[in-house]
Design a binder for this molecule. Sequence first.
Ligand SMILES: O=P(O)(O)OC[C@H]1O[C@H](O)[C@H](O)[C@@H](O)[C@@H]1O
Length: 541
Amino acid sequence: MSTIWQLLEEHRAKTAEVPILSLFQDEGRFDDFSAEQDELLLDFSKTSLDSTALDLLVQLTESVQLEEKIDALFRGDPINTTEGRAVLHTALRAQADTPILLDGKDVLLGVRDTLARMEQFAQDIHSGRITAADGGSFTDVINIGIGGSDLGPAMATLALAPYHTGPRCHFVSNVDGAHVHDTLQNLDPRRTLVIIASKTFTTIETMTNGNTALVWLREALGDKATEHLTAVSTALDKTTAFGIAPDRVFGFENWVGGRYSLWGPIGLPILLAIGSDSFRQFLQGAAAMDDHFRTAPMRVNLPVLMGLVGIWHNNICGYGSRAVLPYDQHLQRLPAYLQQLDMESNGKQVAQDGTPLPRASGPVVWGEPGTNGQHAFYQLLHQGTAVVPAEFLIAAEGHSPELAHHHQLLKANCLAQSEALMCGRSNAEATVVASERGFEGDERERMAAHLSFPGNRPSTTIAYPKLTPFVLGQIIALYEHRVFTEGAIWGLNSFDQWGVELGKELAVALLPMVDGAPSDGKDGSTSGLLDKLSQNTAKQT
Ligand SMILES: O=P(O)(O)OC[C@H]1O[C@H](O)[C@H](O)[C@@H](O)[C@@H]1O
């Protein structure tokens, strides 16, 4: 164990009982334990981090050469070492013309060319230059994809609803036929454009849903069905084999990881929904965060600080999950998106060199928008036996001026929750509350135990003026680089996902057994369930 880890643990042991609230005796705490970048403020003053802990954590970044690792990321070094690839999603949003060389070629040339084609395509759909097969306009778009080819575009398209100028976008991901069925039944194939989005163009869910959508288009349009198809992929041979015209295919390179891909062609539904100007602002927001991540000193670097808070909570305090709580209905899919970004990136058990990790890696990430979550799981956040660091997001202003009173309530609730988590309610205060509610004697003591809150529960808050395309770009890039920071400190590869392979292989092997083939060699539970599920099918038919 390196000395810095030991020092952090010793410091935690000494300070674990110090109430977070007492740290505010230092009047400069809010300024010292918050940082800003353009439109974003990150407040981490409601955590147990003090300046000693923060100094040690900054030393940790030096000991793992975080700065060098950040440079290697942006330079395009093959840091995804199990797949032998560079990781260059940042090139998809780069604003400067400084070449980014990979194998001697500037990747920006291809990136800009594809972006221009995407923009032209979106403009042509908006203006009606590209029409549906019958000469009418496309009013609806279905994006068929899963994982990184669904969560990012679905989350961002929803997040930017106030900026929509284009066709309505729908997202189909699940192989459960209910998803494609329920989506198609409300749409008119003559007015619908289908995007098949898959980096590999082999993902079974996407190919199955894509084929179902093609049948649906063919029933209405016959041979002209393919005029309603578009593909986004790195596998251009496979999109051609599917029957999609090359001018309707938007390609990208394998140095863009699936869960980092919404900045390029996988973001086509976002671009179709919000148009070029807003999409460019979205990219600019992310690029601004990239510049900040590359250049800002660690002590004021937002993604680094968020990563360090994460390390402190996970490895030093032993909190094994974190809750993402956007007080922003437009960010309702952010927790699901972050589950893939964070857990698929850092849910690893070995270091880059294959040796077991010496300490916990990625925590469980979950969440729901506020205020909804307050009426569901916040009970556990406030009084449960597990401590879950909470990550709040809140805008100063909403998008409906006529409903400003809603937004004031939203802000008050967000601030009330982080305050309640930190301050709690002592037994003495709870006893007063119990008295006020008419309880006396032993009953008052018993009720006080139920009415008291331990407090001292940490949270961070990301505050921004308004959820604009630029701000959304900043927020997503902030989380991407936070994941990078944590992964770099743990020494793992944040860019592969071998853990999803086994289930896929077993599903392929199980399909014939689901269809009735003998389940020889399967464990007792699996064959028992196969048996039960086939009996249930038989009863219904
Ligand atoms: O875009 P695709 O190749 O269809 O992949 C879709 C998703 O499926 C895979 O199983 C991976 O776990 C994800 O990282 C990926 O985003």
